[in-house]
Write a protein that binds this ligand. Structure first.
Ligand SMILES: C[S@@+](CC[C@H](N)C(=O)[O-])C[C@H]1O[C@@H](n2cnc3c(N)ncnc32)[C@H](O)[C@@H]1O
Length: 486
């Protein structure tokens, strides 16, 4: 064990986060479209390795009462907190163990989903080996492991910045700059400027690092261990442990949007070698981070998956439709639809947003709107291809199962047990799509009062005394649209 890693996590609390890229409702879609007949997440055995205080695992346990959850971590304090939160929220389907992964014996259990986020690159090499060996030995036959890691060559400039920052810290001149990492990063950003493409790139990198803040940096970029690797090294390591690379945990990350338009076509000669293709993509996009899916080497992976599989999932679109144009949250036009099927599809999604509804329901709305233009035999394959393409371009998000919720503000807003505990303990609130949402102290105080006992007017009065400048009703509508109310 690296004493430095152990000491860090025993002495400092890791800032809690939920990670949508680890949500089995998302990873199961990517696995299924990669050809694996993955078990249903709502009735599965799910393990998180390095779960910290359970902020990622607990909302999943609340969502799927029929599934069984285990979280392990070697930080005693984090596990104590995770157990207390589970008890207070009344979650009986989750258990937490304070132990080193090397000592964890799951007995006869096998896992349909194993999550190790923020683990692989941040532990010593023998522990990386233990992680992959554990997954190979304990995944169910058609189970998947979601493992995140930092990648080269994208991470190499950051490595140089970390080394330089550490060197400067040791020099007497550091007294002129300031004692901590953040001040040195800010100093370097000022010195780098923005006068050349390299300077702009370096400054962006420095700002990105700086932006993680003093609570995250000691664990992440400046963690005692942070060893990025190339994608091919990771895939080879997995292969030696008896695991197989399936794809990225979010479908759209297999072909990230930062690739040049038409790149999928120009990279076609590499299509028969998916590992080389992914390595090429990392070099072309300077990717710094991956969240990859692995399955057992002997898992039955079908190679011929048709687009029709996409019609079995649920779907939502987080963008806005204005006439025939799809607009993102920054006001950029993403697509201007010409094909009537595309327009009917996206207008059905606009009507059902922000929920994620079964594709079948969307097809029914489309059939009604398209009238004679929709004929099930010929239209379905065209729509299935369009759904796949839109999902890969991140225009829509596919999920294994629907997400239904009331997006209007209820008369007595109630955030539910887990979110109320999060507000009380100064943690991010996790929305219905498993995304974290951080709040300042004022909003947190108001959130703590949203326990179903107060009317909107009473909460508005509290808001005007705590945060007179807050657009309270706008914020409430935002929380409702993210499915935060029970
Ligand atoms: C960077 S944090 C990630 C936490 C969480 N998974 C996330 O992504 O937000 C790494 C976690 O792994 C735990 N950890 C590191 N080495 C471990 C080991 N050998 N056995 C068990 N837990 C370990 C640490 O205590 C810490 O909570």
């Amino acid at each position: 064990m690296s004493d430095a890693v152990h000491q860090l996590y025993q002495s400092l609390a890791y800032p809690s986060m939920s990670h949508p890229s680890t949500d089995p409702a998302v990873t199961a879609v990517a696995a299924k479209l990669a050809g694996l007949d993955i078990p249903t997440p709502s009735c599965a055995n799910i393990l998180e390795i390095g779960c910290a205080s359970g902020h990622n695992l607990l909302p999943l346990a609340a969502r799927w009462p029929e599934s069984r959850f285990i979280g392990i971590d070697f930080s005693d304090a984090a596990i104590e907190e995770a157990r207390t939160t589970a008890d207070l929220a009344g979650l009986g389907n989750v258990e937490f163990h304070a132990c080193d992964l090397r000592d964890y014996d799951p007995g006869d259990d096998s896992f349909d989903f194993i999550i190790a986020h923020g683990f692989y690159s941040w532990v010593p090499l023998p522990m990386r080996q233990t992680l992959l060996d554990f997954c190979a030995a304990n995944l169910s036959h058609e189970g998947i492991a979601t493992i995140s890691y930092n990648t080269l060559p994208g991470w190499s400039l950051r490595q140089s910045v970390v080394e330089l920052t550490r060197l400067l810290e040791q020099r007497p001149a550091a007294a002129e700059i300031g004692p901590d990492h953040e001040r040195i990063l800010a100093f370097l950003a000022t010195a780098a400027g923005t006068h050349t493409p390299y300077a702009r790139y370096l400054t962006d990198v420095l700002h990105d690092m700086f932006g993680k803040g003093s609570t995250v940096l000691p664990f992440d970029d400046f963690g005692p261990i942070n060893e990025p690797c190339t994608f091919l090294e990771f895939a080879a390591h997995a292969g030696r442990s008896g695991l197989k690379y399936l794809g990225e945990s979010c479908l759209q990350d297999n072909f990230p949007p930062s690739l040049a338009p038409g790149a999928e076509e120009s990279l076609q000669p590499l299509a028969s070698d998916p590992l080389a293709l992914q390595q090429a993509i990392d070099v072309l996009t300077n990717r710094t981070f991956r969240s990859s899916l692995l399955c057992r080497a002997d898992a039955p992976v079908q190679t011929r998956i048709t687009s029709a599989t996409a019609l079995h999932f649920s779907v939502r679109c987080a963008h806005r439709l204005e006439g025939t144009r799809l607009i993102d949250s920054s006001g950029n036009e993403l697509v201007n639809f010409e094909h009537p099927f595309a327009l009917a599809f996206f207008s059905a999604l606009a009507d059902t947003s922000p929920q994620s509804v079964p594709m079948q329901e969307i097809l029914e709305i489309m059939a009604e709107r398209l009238g004679d233009q929709f004929d099930p035999t010929n239209s379905l394959p065209v729509i299935a291809r369009m759904v796949m393409d839109s999902a890969r371009q991140n225009l829509i998000q596919l999920r294994y199962e629907p997400v239904r919720f009331e997006s209007a503000v209820p008369p007595r807003p109630n955030l539910g047990a887990l979110r109320l505990l999060a507000a009380k303990n100064q943690k991010p609130l996790v929305d219905v799509y498993h995304a974290p949402c951080t709040h300042d102290e004022g909003r947190r105080q108001i959130a703590k009062a949203m326990d179903g006992s107060r009317s909107i007017e009473e909460l508005a009065a509290l808001s005007s005394s705590v945060m007179p400048n807050l657009d309270f009703h706008g914020w409430l509508a935002h929380l409702a649209a993210r499915g935060m109310f029970a």
